[in-house]
Design a protein around this ligand. Structure first.
Ligand SMILES: Nc1ncnc2c1ncn2[C@@H]1O[C@H](COP(=O)(O)OP(=O)(O)OP(=O)(O)O)[C@@H](O)[C@H]1O
Length: 331
């Protein structure tokens, strides 16, 4: 394991930001810390970086006890959402900075900067000032700068958070490709489930200062540990006291199937090639069902129609719990 966090707690006054958190992050992987705002993701990242000290517990990086080490002794690279750049220095000098303060030979610095600018696809922009780059290019420069000193781990705190959706998506794909090239153990914070599901090898779901689940995107999506994880990773609804995904519900016009719930359609909304059907069961449960347009048309699903709804065989389900704060699961 590259990063081992054991029993870490962190309070700010009375507020518990991290509550006895233990998590192991594998070497060479791209790991996302995912969760709602205020859940403790950044605090956990900052404790790993040494920018925040834990009240209790330990942090090991590559087998070395780092709990009391200052950030500069941990060999971590760090990139924030709003990256602090040296505005008066060119892009190349910004990237070279960490190497220059380590007094590396001039020729070695020049070669390494060239290599890094190529890696982040900025070779033709080395002579520009950071203000002459786009937001996305600036974050790529920030990554080159963080990688310059060959960190053991790269820690990214919402690195693309301030950028617009299109650039964000491009950079996300780019980060995945970059990671496949350099394989440095990377941990990034995001509150965007799509970003985590698309990019990460492994996801750590952090909520209310605790780790809810650790797993691959498939594990989390298909075998969520609880209603919170399920609700955070995709749309959910409830049927018969179970939380499940709206496309995991079988729809019939008659009561043929075992365990079917009778419901009346309250609303039908077309969303692209799908149809979102809102229905209310005789027990008063509000259910959302996603089905294809073809299927909805074949069954003549319209407002006021009576349907029989059954959880699909093999659907991921968890028992419905009272709503927890920030859980995002409808009552
Ligand atoms: N220096 C601080 N002083 C007081 N409270 C803090 C401090 N840093 C963080 N907190 C609180 O700790 C909680 C966790 O914050 P943290 O930034 O780790 O959450 P997060 O999951 O990264 O959220 P976001 O996605 O909004 O950044 C928040 O409620 C925050 O207000």
């Amino acid at each position: 394991m590259s990063i081992d966090v054991r029993g870490v707690s962190k309070r700010f006054g009375d507020f518990v930001a991290l509550d006895d958190v233990s998590v192991s992050i594998p070497s060479g992987g791209l790991t996302a810390l995912l969760g709602p705002s205020g859940g403790g993701k950044s605090t956990l990242l900052r404790v790993i970086a040494g920018l925040e000290s834990a009240d209790s517990g330990s942090v090991h990086i590559e087998g070395v006890e780092a709990t009391r080490l200052p950030p500069q002794k941990r060999n971590v690279g760090f990139v924030f959402q709003h990256y602090a750049v040296f505005k008066h220095m060119t892009v190349a000098r910004n990237v070279a900075f960490g190497l220059e303060i380590r007094k590396r030979p001039r020729a070695e610095v020049a070669a390494r900067v060239q290599e890094l600018l190529e890696l982040v696809h900025l070779s033709q922009f080395g002579h520009r000032l950071p203000s002459q780059l786009s937001g996305g290019q600036r974050q790529r420069m920030a990554l080159a700068r963080a990688l310059a000193v060959e960190p053991t781990v790269l820690l990214l705190d919402e690195p693309f958070g301030a950028l617009d959706a299109k650039v964000r998506k491009e950079l996300r794909d780019w980060l995945r490709r970059l990671h496949d090239e350099v394989h440095v153990t990377t941990v990034f914070v995001t509150h965007d489930q799509e970003e985590a599901l698309e990019v990460a090898d492994e996801i750590v779901v952090v909520n209310q200062g605790r780790v809810e689940q650790v797993g691959t995107p498939d594990q989390l999506y298909d075998e969520p540990a609880n209603d919170f994880v399920m609700g955070f990773l995709g749309e959910v609804t409830t049927l018969g006291g179970l939380v499940l995904r709206p496309h995991d519900i079988e729809v019939d016009r008659g009561p043929g199937r075992a365990g079917a719930h009778e419901a009346v359609v309250t609303r039908v909304l077309r969303v692209g090639f799908e149809v979102r059907v809102s229905a209310e069961t005789v027990g008063g449960e509000r259910v959302t069902v996603l089905m294809t347009r073809t299927h909805a048309r074949a069954l003549e699903v319209g407002e006021g129609a009576t349907l029989w709804l059954t959880p699909a065989v093999g659907a991921a389900t968890v028992p419905s719990m009272p709503v927890r704060l920030g859980a995002g699961v409808p009552a």
